[in-house]
Structure formats: C-alpha cells, structure tokens
Ligand binder design. Structure first.
Ligand code: RUB
Length: 314
C-alpha cells in the first residue's frame, strides 16, 4: 500500500539523520501519521486503517534503536477509533496532536526536575546532542544558576557541535573537547549529563556510542552520571527479555573514499549506540521524577503493563 509522500519524506529524513535525536524522531513520526490520516486517500475504514498501519511500518523501519519511535506510533495508532473514515481521521489527528503537546510538556517538566540536581557554579560534561539533557541545563540557567559545560565532539557525526551551539545560545560557557579527552577533563566536572535513545527494564541506558566508556571514566573519577530521558524512552519489549537492537551505520561516516583506498582491506565498524549498565548510572531523570536505574522496571510496568502491542502489524 502506498503511503502519503509526507510520510515518505519524514521516513527519509529520519533515515538520513536530517531529523535525529530520539525526541525529535518521535515528534516527526507522530506528525507524519497525522498527515497520513488527514490527507491519505481511503475509500472505507478498512482502507484507512491499512494505510495508517503501512505508514507506521514505513516510519518504524527507518532506525532501530530509539524506542521513542515505536512508542510514538503505538500511542497514535492506539487512539485510532471509529466506524467511519471521518471519525477515524479525526481520532488520529487529535491523538497525534495530544502526543506532540505532551512530549513537549514532558520535556519542560523533566528539565525542571533535572535542574534540581545542578547547583550554581556546576560544570557538566555532555555527549552527543540530547534535547532532554539540554532542557535540564536550560531550566537551571532560567533559575539563575551559572552552569558551564565540557562538550564532547562525538565522532563520527559530531553532534557535540549542535550541543555547543545550543548551550552558547543559553549563555552557557562551552569548552569543546575531542572524545578521547573526556577522561582528562572529568576532574573539572560535577556531572556527566546525557540523554537516552532507549532504557531497558534492568535500567541499562542505550545512548550514542561512547556513552558507556564515558560512564566508566566518570565512575573512576567519582563524577555522577545523570541520564535525562522522558518516559517515551522506556523500552517495553525489554520487559519480556527482548534486547535493544543497536544500529550500525555506513562506514562512510567514519572514513572517506580516499582513506578507504589508502587503508585497503580493513573492516570498519560504525555502531551508533552502546549500552551503559545500571551500575554506572546514578539517576534517570524523567518527567515523572528521578529514578535510580534499578527502579525503572516498576515505572515501565505502570506505563505499559505486561502486554506490548504492535498495532502496525497487518
Ligand atoms: C542521538 C542521541 C541522543 C538521544 C537523546 O543520536 O544519542 O542522546 O537520542 O536525544 P542520533 P533527545 O544523533 O544518532 O539520533 O534527548 O533529544 O531525545
């Protein structure tokens, strides 16, 4: 079944990482489902539902690791109710709008909770670019606290540059460091502050490759590791033992053609995410409060129950 061209464009933009970061991906996916509902051509309810499922499948296949994407699709498709096309359409559009509004509010709330951990004069170290993590710094700055940041550049795609720019816009003094320099500067930091793409039932945090190593270094230096992640990042499939799939990206992100020709026959691996075990994490800050990683499973059960739906399936 053909999906709306806007769904195709959104899927493409997620796959190529023009739209990136778990929260932004979830938001874009919900918006695309609303467009499919509003503008998709469906002669009857069965066709409408099939079109919505096809759109959700197309969006879901783009990137595997950020659970915010299937969680967004689940939320919107669960709200698809009605016996005729008009009612079905309105229900999806309403639900997508509510989802996007709640996502935004959740990040504001989470930011205020996370800001509570930051004291006037604190220095944070960041990895990659996380809107949830930045919401905590922004709220602290709004509360009048002076916060400074060491920003890891985050090879290979250098999302640290986005973080540096956004922190500067908040007036936060920024020092950009290469990833390998993190350990060297941790003694000058009061917190490591990162986001998450998924949180597993045991409290493991799946985030940009390099997070796990940073957490080990931070433990070694006695610097607390705070994960800022809305509950949309909670991965319900892990309740039943499923592992989170780690995305591997093209080697072209790591080496260019010239380097490839010089190096000859070498394998290049480019995993986009890694898994930080709960013992290396001090707190997970959500819009529902902050949790020690081991207690995330209770929140997960409360939010998802034990049965995880896959409403995009035929
Ligand atoms: C982004 C990344 C971010 C999380 C959280 O990886 O790892 O830390 O997605 O982001 P990529 P947010 O650039 O590969 O998408 O807090 O904005 O949801």
């Amino acid at each position: 079944m053909d999906v709306h061209p806007d769904v195709e464009r959104t899927a493409e933009s997620i796959a190529t990482m023009e739209t990136r970061g778990a929260a932004a991906i979830a938001d874009a996916a919900a918006a695309a489902l609303a467009t499919q509902a509003r503008e998709g051509e469906a002669a009857d309810p069965a066709e409408f539902r099939a079109g919505m499922r096809a759109a959700a499948r197309r969006l879901r296949e783009t990137r595997p690791t950020a659970v915010s994407l299937p969680n967004a699709l689940r939320y919107v498709l669960r709200g698809m109710q009605g016996e005729d096309v008009t009612t079905l359409r309105d229900s999806v559009v309403d639900c997508a709008e509510t989802f996007r509004y709640d996502l935004d509010r959740a990040q504001d709330r989470l930011g205020r909770i996370g800001a509570g951990r930051l004291r006037d004069g604190d220095v944070v170290m960041t990895h990659c670019h996380s809107t949830d993590a930045l919401a905590c710094v922004e709220a602290a700055v709004e509360q009048g606290k002076h916060v400074e940041a060491y920003v890891k550049e985050t090879r290979p795609r250098q999302q640290g540059h986005i973080t540096a720019k956004e922190l500067r816009e908040m007036g936060v003094p920024v020092t950009l460091v290469v990833d390998n320099a993190a350990h060297r500067y941790l003694d000058e930091c009061d917190h490591v502050l990162v986001g998450a793409d998924s949180i597993a039932a045991d409290g493991s945090v799946i985030n940009k490759i390099g997070t796990a190593g940073l957490a080990v270094s931070a433990r070694d230096r006695g610097v607390p590791i705070v994960v800022a992640a809305g509950t949309i990042k909670i991965h319900p499939d892990t309740l039943t033992g499923a592992a989170v799939e780690i995305e591997h990206r093209d080697e072209a992100e790591v080496i260019d053609d010239e380097t490839r020709a010089e190096l000859g026959d070498v394998d290049v691996l480019n995993p986009a995410f890694d898994v930080t075990p709960p013992r290396h994490i001090d707190a997970i800050v959500t819009e529902r409060g902050q949790f020690p990683p081991e207690s995330i499973v209770t929140l997960m059960r409360e939010l998802f129950g034990d049965a995880v739906e896959a409403p995009w399936q035929e």
